[in-house]
Design a protein around this ligand. Sequence first.
Ligand code: GLY
Length: 395
Amino acid sequence: MKVWLLLLASICLLGCNMSSNTYDNKKEKDVPIIKISSLENLSNRAVVDLEKITFDSIQIPRTIEEGKMKGTPSKSWTSGFYPGLLWQLYGHSKNEKLKEAAMKWSAIVEKEKMDGGTHDLGFKVYCPFGNAYKITNEEKYKDVFITAAKTLCSRFNPKVGAIRSWDHHEHLWKYPVIIDNMMNLEMLFEATKLTGDSSFYHIADQHANTTLENHFRENNSSYHVVDFNPNTGEVVKKNTHQGLSHESAWSRGQAWGLYGFTVAYRYTGKEKYLEQAQKIAAFIFNHPNLPDDLIPYWDYDAPNIPNEPRDVSAAAIAASGLFELSTHAPQNAGQYQKWANQILKSLASEKYQCHTPPFFLKHSVGSIPGKFEMDAPIIYADYYFVEALLRKDKI
Ligand code: GLY
């Protein structure tokens, strides 16, 4: 009897283990491995993967769950990354198959330009259409993200001096502004550059300034969510949503800040934004909990380091931000490029490569408190990885 029970328990354990790892190495053995260390290889890999992904308007690639590709509809904040990634790789390779696919997947997302119920318009609309415009110079793409920029401005409250991030969780926050929102400003700055209408610039600049004044702690790490009183503009509370705790440093949030303030400096030339980007870089890369391969744990204060999930997405975003930052800060350029190059080298190693279509990288974290994508391939990690490689190429 005891032997049977033991046998049964072992089978159960084996089963559980396998199901939590299905996307991982085991299944990938059947897939031809294309090394992802160069843009050429990534473009080839993306072309091969097109054949393996069914085109479906409510399944835009996002992650792998239980061994299967999991997609999202256009409403999700991640919907622009797969088409944006295809545009980036088309821009590099000029492979028409990538362009055709990029156009098809972008078309699904276009309607989001009218959705004033979210701040994620930069992620959703600018990633595909901003890249499409830069690469093809076709006016129709520019019009899409200028419309999205107008929609995003409808979320600006002059009393607060910031764009409202979320409408959800109303029981917790009246006017939440999250550090991630810095990433939506590029579309506004670009809208002013292309139209001559300075209102986009002023909103983006005020948003960056309000974030600078309220999101950062003494040590230059940032809070995730700052809640404001929409009538007076006063700060009500400083919280987290995806980090370990209100006072911890959520890794992807730090990366959004580094990248976002670098962009704010690119368009405004304001030294205070450049200084903040550099201070964030110093916080991240001098942190005692940052591993030697420079791929951070999901939160710098996670309690069980080194037995905590890494967040490859945070590393990829930071690498891309660092390459740009190095062009604005000549005295630290060597150091910033060294860190960014180390991240790219680590990500191209077998440990982080994903061979399941259409993903390039594994070991990202969506939300540990939310209990989803707790150690998974996620499309935005791939998007910023490719962007970082493209930036490295141009330096
Ligand atoms: N903007 C949502 C996230 O970084 O997860």
